[in-house]
Ligand binder design. Sequence first.
Ligand SMILES: Cc1ncc(COP(=O)(O)O)c(C=O)c1O
Length: 400
Amino acid sequence: VTTPPDVLDSSDPLAAFRDRFVVDDDLVAYLDGNSLGRVPKATVERLATFVSEEWGSRLIRGWEDSWVDLPVAVGDEVGAALLGAAAGQTVIADSTSVNIYKLLHAAAATRPDRDEIVIDATNFPTDRYLVESVAAARGMTVRWLEPDLVDNVTVELLGAELGDRTAVVVLCQVDYRSGTLVDLPALTALVHDAGAVVVWDLCHSVGVLPIALDAAQVDFAVGCTYKYLNSGPGSPAFMYVADRHLAEVTQPIAGWWSAADLFAMSDTYEAAPTIRRMLSGTPSVAGIVAVQEGVRLIAEAGVDAIRAKSEALTAYTIELLDDAGVELVTPRDADLRGSHVTVRHLDARRIADQMIARGAVPDFREPDLIRLGLSPLSTSFAEVEAGVRILVEVAAGARR
Ligand SMILES: Cc1ncc(COP(=O)(O)O)c(C=O)c1O
């Protein structure tokens, strides 16, 4: 490696953003922002104000002041800043898993004469489990793609499995293990050519790379906010439903928050004509407020600048790991990866534990993977260098 980390940090246009986060731990390197992002200082202040002034002083009146509108208002901010989505198609609610469940039913219902859901066997467990349960509930069949871990889902692989029975395809834009970034526009077009609809899981891509859902004519999408959106453990997820599906879309947890008139207490259910129809019950206002702060910080930095830093961070990490001869399962082409780099090692669990004991936090994924998550607004090059150095030292003493 030729360039020292302090030189990279001093020429980083986003370096100052690190000060916008709480960094008062005793860690040498936090390389797990792809699981749980750091806390923005603005969120600390905003939550304190929310508790004392909004909840504390306004009490129940807070709902009418602003809280009722927050799921859609903040959804629109996420849509505009991060998803390339025009207003009225994104909402903040519940968890990623619950939203996947809702979207799978919604998506399948748009293709009543078809009976297959296609998903890759490398997909995140919650996506796979939910696809199996929704398929069973609707009398559908799951068709499994078996991609290579590094290549992930390609046009060739998916194209071979689509047909006139395909109703829904479920894909992740960035693979949670390898960090591979797949071709969202091309795969979406392929699904549409087969007459099916797609549900994209954006958990590992939202906030670190430009996404253009409207332009790609994506049908449905979902993602979490506790990773690169830095909104806190268990913060609510987002859901996107394309305008053209909204009038017809149905969902299986239709509650009073999805009804046309929330406070009418009507005897019969009538779905809201807007994206509100994807809601279910009372939202977590504190959680949504934290999402709003997280999104605003990203919008201020700009997703394009964030992507440029993410590419530089992952390239630097790969260079350091290559120098040490460590095996990687992340694509070397920057266009084909997200913002984490994954090492494969027989002794991965022990290495990860020993790294943590030395103040460098990565995350371990069964059975033999260590992910290094590089959160562009809060991760410095110096931190990466220190973390990788500890990984390499620990790995040198580990079983091969
Ligand atoms: C791709 C993907 N989908 C879903 C989830 C999690 O879903 P939930 O937020 O409901 O726990 C994760 C969590 O890491 C994930 O990586």
